[in-house]
Design a protein around this ligand. Structure first.
Ligand code: AFP
Length: 277
């Protein structure tokens, strides 16, 4: 596992440098989830894929940008699921974006997740890695430096509500409004890495991406986005649910399946469950 982390750290520094230069426009292709793909997404996918292919401990990987599972070493155990560049539609507006990874032992299911991490490309390059704790690092003076362990309070002040409001259910709208009525402040960039990172840094709040009338399974992908953040939030003392079940307990119907999801500190997550149950 350490071998994977060290290799990804190097690749993230490379990607961070690639992101600093002016980018070409949109490519012609769509990814496996049907999204329009920016050229930089594909470069990031190639970069991390090539990195993983060189590692003996990697059995295979699955990327948001690839339709199929990619085999690497049949005798190895660890499988990496990743979103190479989440929030890429924000590249043009120069907002923070990220790369998300889940490392699974043998099987792509929530109970086999042994480590989750993300890199955030903002004014600084930062990384959060969770295995036993959720650890926060910054890349500074050519090395990764530890900042803190994330520890969420039992509740926070930020409300980060995803999905088009026009397509929310009445119950979901009432839930989101109830947080604003209690003084929560709106924080939503449209990039889950930055939005969830902010809640961790500010020690609490709620991020939601519900089922909507036009997207019954929500938008965010279980293996590349939802499981890694659910794992990180639990290690930081928070919780993650689909409204009814703990996210890390849900089944994975297919590699690119999505799910409604809620992440946050424990009190907000309890309020979500009270409404959705
Ligand atoms: P892109 O990778 O297509 O930019 O999507 C980003 C994302 O998957 C996630 O990072 C955001 O939380 C979510 O989509 C935003 O979706 P909405 O634009 O529907 O709010």
């Amino acid at each position: 596992m350490e071998e994977i982390l060290r290799a990804l750290e190097v690749s993230a520094v490379t990607l961070s440098k690639m992101l600093k230069v002016r980018l070409a426009g949109y490519s012609e292709s769509n990814n496996a989830s049907g999204d329009h793909v920016l050229k930089i997404d594909m470069k990031a996918d190639l970069l991390f894929g090539d990195t993983l292919k060189k590692l003996k401990c990697v059995k295979g990987y699955v990327s948001e940008e690839q339709v199929e599972f990619v085999d690497v070493n049949k005798d190895a155990n660890l499988i990496v699921a990743f979103d190479p560049l989440d929030g890429s539609s924000l590249v043009d507006s120069n907002l923070s974006i990220g790369s998300i990874f889940g490392i699974y032992d043998g099987t792509l299911s929530g109970d086999k997740l042994v480590c989750a991490l993300y890199f955030i490309y903002g004014p600084r390059l930062e990384m959060v890695v969770a295995s036993s704790k959720a650890k926060h690092y910054v890349y500074s003076e050519d090395k990764w430096q530890f900042i803190q362990d994330f520890n969420l309070e039992s509740k926070g002040k930020l409300n980060s509500p995803g999905g088009t409001q026009q397509h929310w259910s009445k119950e979901h709208k009432a839930l989101i409004d109830s947080f604003f009525a209690k003084g929560y402040r709106l924080r939503y960039s449209g990039g889950m890495v930055a939005d969830l990172h902010q809640i961790l840094c500010k020690k609490g709040g709620i991020f939601s991406y519900p089922a909507t009338s036009d997207a019954k399974s929500g938008k965010l992908r279980i293996l590349f986005e939802v499981f890694p953040f659910a794992f990180i939030y639990e290690k930081a003392g928070g919780f993650a649910t689909n409204g009814k079940d703990r996210l890390l307990d849900i089944k994975v119907p297919s590699l690119h399946a999505s799910t409604p999801c809620f992440f946050g500190s424990k009190e907000e997550m309890k309020e979500v469950s009270d409404v959705y149950r």
